[in-house]
Design a protein around this ligand. Sequence first.
Ligand code: CA
Ligand code: CA
Ligand code: CA
Ligand code: CA
Ligand code: CA
Length: 391
Amino acid sequence: MDFTKYIALTLTLGLFSACNLSPEKKQAENTNESVLDSLGTTEPNKEAREDSMKMAEALTLQAKFTNIIEADYETTPVLSELGEDAADDPAIWINKTNPGKSIIIGTNKKAGLNVYNIYGKELQFAPVGNINNVDISYDFVFNKRTIDLVAASNRSTQTVDVWEIDGENQKMIEKQLIKIPSGVDDVYGLCMYHNKNTNQHYVFVNGKNGKVEQWLLQNESDTLTAMLARSFWVNSQPEGMVVDPITDKLYVGVEEDAIYQFNALPNDTLSVKLEQSSATNKDISYDIEGLTIYRQSDKEGYLIASSQGSFSYAIFDINEPYNYITSFVVKNGKYDGVEETDGIDICSTPMGYEFPAGILVLQDGFNKDGETIVNQNFKIISAKKILDFLK
Ligand code: CA
Ligand code: CA
Ligand code: CA
Ligand code: CA
Ligand code: CA
């Protein structure tokens, strides 16, 4: 049996106790029983799943949450070896003239980027490298046209790649506008930032060693150029990042610590730790992964974080002191529930009667078709379901 199938079997055994493989069958399918013992169901299999963790423990923790919702749609599974950790981070591009024609761009860290419609149908696959995180910025003036940009961390080339969105055709233009060589150690988390006062567009990228770079994007003599505006460090491995354009604040999730807030403008590196986002909050279980912001108005809003160790999502007030409000989980319904989420994104733009308050998109670490593990995908959920927990 090849290694991938072996891993898929291990995952199946670990996650789903209902799996009815007899011990004899297990023995027959696994010639190297000692390897199975060494991986077991409680030991993280770091080679197979970079973000792997203790399944049984996570499911037990997940079961404690009482805010339960179901996915409304799921995307086409990503292209990868069977069940491997491949999908990572989604970004929603809002079609401002026709919100129902908005798109979701999802990363496949083994292959590239996928574009889906808001009902999960795959519209495009761009095999542009091992893409980890992705984000979008609107209204960039490029060669006298106003365009929307998509940027992503490309681990094949250790670059930040930037493309143009072709919203009318619900796709991205596959040729990069620029590939920015990053100095972080293994490009990882990424987000974009449009400062409305200066009309400047930036990309933040972080590396596993804790370095964060901020790149200023500019249009110079018909090309897109990038200038390093600053770099700074957090104390251990970060990934999820998001900027709140209303307040010009950057939020960085340090996976085994807490969320930190920085000024998104490059002139100061003072940080504020969101105290209630650390494991002193019993609803947080490391890793802290994807971050996203839901804004109802310039005054009100929420910061949402994936608590990967409990297969749940924590909601904080977007205003200082960033009070923790509640958490929610996504369980089986029309589609399978959502587990071990990396990237997340949300928007508040109404997108038709099914999505009157926007959509939430979550990466699903264990996509199932019935009881069978299939390739990973993203789940799409009406954002109104989240608002219902906040009343
Ligand atoms: Ca993962
Ligand atoms: Ca993001
Ligand atoms: Ca991570
Ligand atoms: Ca799932
Ligand atoms: Ca499914």
